[in-house]
Design a protein around this ligand. Structure first.
Ligand SMILES: *[C@@H]1O[C@H](CO)[C@@H](O)[C@H](O)[C@H]1NC(C)=O
Length: 513
């Protein structure tokens, strides 16, 4: 009875004075390079597979801001997610691996969902949002989610698939198997739909808005997907990458050894591939893996489509901001590399699409350079919440601040200039004597520039620019696949000096004055 009175009173007050706030649906997939048909056109030099089947994401793109040049701050799951979920960079979260928890090693930072929760939203999560295990405190960062919402993970992944996953790098499941053991991402989707149905009535009345985070596991290895998605990728259309070799004059630090795929799956491990660059993998195996990756992307597209259809059916489309993204890009034997763990374009660039009712209805195609640290303040501005200040130099004690900038201005006016440079990094551990070498990388409209330098670890977490081990310079105007390191080429010397200055000045120098 008391609850009813409360709802009634809130309703009356709301009718009188509530501004209608928007819900947020925050959807991330894992290991997804911008392999979506909607992100292609003739002018886009990063075209990969030429016939992607992603109808739901394509339809979504038509009413979204599509950021085709969006970059993560470190191309591996845990650090990237810790970064964009807090709006701060790895040198602030101090998360560079899959084990560390930002609240332990960085500071008690307010995450995106936590901020929405503080502003009165119901926040709930499911699937892969933060990296699991110790990287999110063993409880998926409980404080980010509303107290009476339990963070949902896939039961059949836990009970069944996780054991099977170690055996094969890719596998097709048929209907019978799916019925016996639903795929994890299917369970996440079902839970998302159930949650939307439960939350819709109060959200539509304006009584309580929601922030719902949905994380797909695919297209992460192993590529386990329903066989029906293979038909979109006939075997004979599969191609090798145009550059199955390491860049000319690539420094050793840039290379990662393919450890994830070589050590993680029995069918690959038993082949005993070398960790060296330019290792030849049999063509049929490369093509099978590429095909399985594409099919996994199409599967994710279909699940995404189911969630979008439910949002429409419940009449929530115009009241809900929807973001779709991933934690980093992916190497499918480009540069003879697999997975991520590098500073290359293909590992650091990932899709970012934001559909904001009333703002992006006509669709916005943006080639601005944007960073995943920008997501936080963008969603905050779109939802009309109080803006976050830019973090001070030492923000370890500042709960809510950001090292990104809102993308709303360029969503509203694509002619506005964006950032001139965006930043990312990747560490290489060189043992107790040498310590960590950090690759600080930067993308400008034309170049990628990287310096591998000695890293001042705890307690500084800063680069030592004077101890330079190697540098890389790729000219995207003539070499969009980053096949030739031009850092040692005399004709680029003055450009390189300029880029080095910009890299050292860092992201703060890029802020609008
Ligand atoms: C489905 O896959 C399982 C396991 O590979 C197999 O035993 C079964 O015969 C398949 N069923 C159909 C209908 O193809």
């Amino acid at each position: 009875m008391r609850q009813l009175t409360y709802i009634f009173l809130t309703l009356v007050i709301c009718v009188l004075s509530c501004e209608s706030r928007k819900n947020v649906l925050f959807i991330v997939s894992d290991d997804l390079r911008p392999e979506i048909a909607a992100m292609y056109d003739k002018g886009n030099p990063y075209q990969m597979h030429d016939k992607m089947y992603t109808p739901h994401l394509d339809a979504f793109a038509e009413r979204s801001a599509v950021f085709r040049k969006a970059y993560v701050q470190q191309a591996i799951c845990g650090p990237s997610r810790a970064s964009f979920m807090t709006g701060r960079r790895p040198d602030t979260t101090h998360v560079y691996n899959l084990d560390d928890y930002f609240r332990t090693v960085g500071g008690d930072f307010t995450t995106i969902p936590q901020y929405f929760k503080q502003q009165g939203y119901r926040t709930l999560g499911m699937g892969k949002i933060f990296h699991g295990g110790s990287a999110s405190g063993g409880n998926y960062d409980k404080v980010s989610w509303s107290d009476d919402e339990e963070f949902f993970t896939s039961p059949s992944d836990k009970k069944y698939w996780r054991k099977r996953f170690k055996m094969r790098s890719w596998a097709v499941v048929n209907k019978t198997m799916e019925e016996e053991h639903p795929l994890g991402d299917q369970e996440i989707t079902d839970h998302a739909i159930k949650s939307l149905r439960r939350l819709a009535p109060t959200a539509k009345l304006g009584l309580e808005n929601f922030f719902m985070a949905v994380g797909f596991r695919l297209p992460h290895l192993p590529f386990v997907f329903p066989g029906r998605f293979l038909k979109y990728y006939p075997k004979e259309t599969m191609k090798m990458p145009s550059n199955p070799y390491a860049p000319k004059d690539m420094p050793e630090y840039a290379w990662h050894g393919n450890g994830e795929i070589r050590n993680g799956y029995a069918d690959i491990t038993l082949r005993g591939f070398s960790k060296e660059p330019n290792t030849k993998w049999p063509e049929y195996l490369v093509k099978n893996l590429r095909r399985a990756y594409y099919a996994s992307v199409s599967y994710v597209d279909s699940l995404f489509g189911k969630i979008m259809a439910e949002l429409d059916r419940l009449g929530l489309r115009d009241d809900t901001i929807v973001m779709f993204g991933s934690d980093h890009g992916y190497e499918l034997y480009e540069h003879s590399a697999w997975c991520k763990h590098t500073n290359f374009e293909i590992a650091t660039r990932t899709p970012l699409m934001i559909r904001a009712p009333g703002v992006t209805d006509k669709g916005v195609m943006s080639d601005h350079l944007v960073e995943y640290t920008d997501v936080y303040s963008t969603l905050v501005e779109l939802a009309g919440l109080p803006a976050l200040p830019t973090c001070p130099k030492d923000s370890s004690k500042v709960k809510a601040c950001t090292e990104g900038t809102s993308l709303v201005p360029v969503m509203k006016n694509p002619n506005l200039p964006g950032k001139q440079s965006v930043f990312m990094q990747y560490p290489r551990n060189r043992g107790p004597r040498i310590g960590t070498i950090m690759g600080y990388s930067m993308r400008t409209e034309r170049y990628r520039y990287t310096e591998w330098v000695k890293f001042n670890g705890k307690p500084d977490f800063t680069p030592n620019w004077f101890l330079l081990f190697a540098s890389e310079l790729y000219d995207h105007y003539v070499d969009p696949d980053e096949n030739v390191n031009r850092a040692g080429v005399q004709a680029y010397a003055s450009v390189k000096a300029q880029l080095s200055k910009t890299l050292h000045a860092g992201w703060r120098a890029q802020l609008p004055s």
